[in-house]
Design a binder for this molecule. Structure first.
Ligand SMILES: [Zn+2]
Length: 254
């Protein structure tokens, strides 16, 4: 299984438009972060988690040829705003299966009404096959079991996903013990870490490190990073030896 980090930035991305912050001015390619998303592939599967506003650019950068489906974590725009750009895949492969909590599917229907229109559809409109994800009901995709993990982003429910010994959790602020139990035996954990200062709806760096210490994966990668966290190179030096800052276009093999 391969995991490709399509984007590792928080909602505004890095650089932030118009920002004079030193991290936004950095020339290090690891300090350039598109909105969070990953692409996971294995012999019989190619799935993307989230489809934010940078989706088109990300698919081009990763030279992605086909996507079997998109798993959504939640409805916030930095995770969903790229839905219109699935059209090249529609033209090649037909309807795109999308997997999300029913609330998220309903939200997408409101925001992307034309995508879900059944009558008088515009011929070139994106087309999706909407499949609800329920907690405690694993999905089987491309021969692999995908376990949804329920987490809280402030007051908003968000799904993380586990595939074999890999788990991807983003936009977490709190998580119940019963959900942490589902991460037992995970070897590679991806978890959000916004910045050093606390935030009401996202883990800060210390909360992410405490969570990693609790789950005890062999390796952990931090994502959904704000420019306020600091320079990639400087922060990486301060992390425990099994914890890494993810960066855009990083690919890992499990
Ligand atoms: Zn987000």
């Amino acid at each position: 299984m391969k995991v490709y980090f399509l984007g590792t930035g928080t909602s505004q991305g890095i650089p932030v438009i118009g920002s004079a912050h030193p991290v936004c001015q950095s020339v290090d390619f690891k300090d350039k972060r598109l909105r969070v998303s990953i692409w996971i592939t294995w012999e019989t599967g190619s799935y993307v988690i989230d489809c934010g506003p940078d989706f088109r650019q990300q698919m081009l950068a990763a030279q992605c040829q086909s996507v079997d489906g998109i798993l959504f974590t939640h409805e916030h725009a930095d995770h969903t705003a790229g839905l219109d750009d699935i059209r090249p895949f529609n033209f090649k492969q037909g309807e795109m299966p999308i997997y999300a909590h029913q609330r998220v599917l309903d939200n997408l229907k409101t925001r992307f009404g034309y995508v879900f229109e059944t009558q008088n559809r515009y011929p070139g409109a994106p087309s999706v096959l909407a499949i609800p994800v329920c907690n405690n009901q694993p999905l089987v995709l491309g021969g692999k079991t995908i376990v949804p993990i329920n987490v809280m982003h402030g007051d908003l429910q968000v799904f993380g996903y586990r595939l074999d010994a890999f788990a991807y959790l983003t936009d977490v602020k709190t998580i119940e013990k019963s959900e942490i139990d589902k991460l037992q035996g995970v070897q590679v954990l991806v978890i959000n870490a916004l910045r050093e200062a606390p935030h009401t709806t996202h883990f800060n760096l210390q909360e992410a490190l405490d969570f990693i210490a609790l789950v005890q994966p062999q390796k952990a990668y931090l994502t959904h990073i704000s420019h306020l966290l600091g320079f990639h190179e400087e922060i990486q030096k301060k992390l425990p030896e099994n914890v890494f800052l993810a960066y855009d276009n990083l690919e890992i093999t499990l």
